[in-house]
Design a protein around this ligand. Structure first.
Ligand code: G3H
Length: 195
């Protein structure tokens, strides 16, 4: 059976500052992860000539994929992080202080809450449909380097988690989630490459 490897991008400068959205590059630690991920992928998929690397169109995933050599890379806009609309670039604290009603509505229903001029988790789940169809069709392994909200949705699909849980699934940084789809169902392994 062919594996699907899911990972968030390495730690970004905005992760360090606690800002959501944006299009920042990687921190030192994020860059270290990109190198560790590359050695892992090259070892794990050594014998898999047709594997591919999928990223979003945002810098932090493209930079994370950068040290991986020998596999084709494909950028998907559908893998971009949830669009936080008017809250893009803010910290949760800033949102709480300057847009308390937004903060509260999201807290009450994180799955359905749509950021003004942005997206909800339900929107993200919907736009991921073509990615999921393509992933299901692949015969070769795929490494998906994406973002927390997007990976929550993808992971929930493969691990068969209920919709209501999607916005709160933990997808830690610097960890690879390997999904194997076989006759016996879906199996999962995690590799924490660094803290
Ligand atoms: O930037 C967005 C985060 O990766 C998703 O976090 O949906 O838990 O606020 P959240």
């Amino acid at each position: 059976p062919r594996p699907i490897l899911l990972t968030r991008h390495g730690e970004s400068m905005d992760n360090v500052r606690g800002r959501i959205g944006g299009d920042s590059s990687l921190s030192e630690s994020g860059q270290l992860y990109s190198r560790k991920l590359a050695s892992f992928v090259e070892k794990r998929l050594k014998s898999e000539r047709t594997a591919s690397i999928w990223t979003s169109t945002l810098q932090r995933t493209i930079l994370t994929a950068h040290p991986i050599i020998g596999f084709p890379k494909i950028q998907w806009r559908a893998l971009d992080e949830i669009n936080a609309g008017v809250c893009d670039g803010m910290t949760y604290d800033e949102i709480k202080k300057s847009k308390p009603e937004e903060y509260e509505s999201r807290r009450k229903d994180k799955l359905r809450y749509r950021y003004p001029r942005g997206e909800s988790y339900l929107d993200v789940i919907q736009r991921l449909e073509p990615v999921i169809i393509e992933l299901e069709r692949q015969r070769a392994p795929v490494v998906v380097i994406a973002h927390q909200a997007v990976l929550r949705a993808l992971y929930a699909y493969f691990a068969d988690k209920p919709l209501e849980e999607v916005p709160n699934i933990e997808i830690p940084l610097h960890t690879i989630i390997e999904i194997q789809m076989g006759v016996a169902g879906v199996q999962e392994k995690r590799y924490k490459l660094m803290d």
